[in-house]
Ligand binder design. Sequence first.
Ligand code: SF4
Length: 203
Amino acid sequence: MAIRRHRIGTDGTGVHTLVCFPRCPLSCRFCLNPETSWPEEGFPHLSPEELLETVRKDDLYFSATGGGITFGGGEPALRSRFITAFRHLSPWKIDLETALNVPAETVDSLKDAVDHFFIDVKDMDSGIYRAYTGKDNTLVLRNLERLADRAEDCTLRLPLIPGYNNEESRRRSEETLKRMGFMHFDLFEYKTAIRDGKRQTNL
Ligand code: SF4
């Protein structure tokens, strides 16, 4: 896993430590975290207890700002056992950044472990989703239904993705999600640039 300290305003309220797991089932065209598809051997392996000791050095920041730990990736929901075990040890808030394209039982187990979900919905349209990620979004739609009773604790990310969706499809996604009970949205646009004749994410 990769650990990034002292993050403010990007992964939830207060000061956060971002803990990223490698591996993701999706192949987003403009993946912002390409290093998470690297082999796991490139990352240190920590137990939940070892992670607790590693992040504890920022306890004062977490306590003073209402921050905590954000699990990201890759797809951290695939590490639900680790996160659940860490939840039993951690006195701090736990947030999760997930694309939610994972088995339903994974989401059920994480509901008790996670305080806030940042869900990278991308687009609710199945065709757009498949074109952009290379995967079907049936699991995402089912898992959103499973999380609807935690809607207050969810922020749904709906990007404008150049070449894949547009304002109209994003508006339809937002309306569908509002009908499901969700009320917190993060609307933004991927900044891309053409390099060597190919469009790339412009970080
Ligand atoms: S879900 Fe995130 S980590 Fe996975 S491929 Fe897409 S942008 Fe990359």
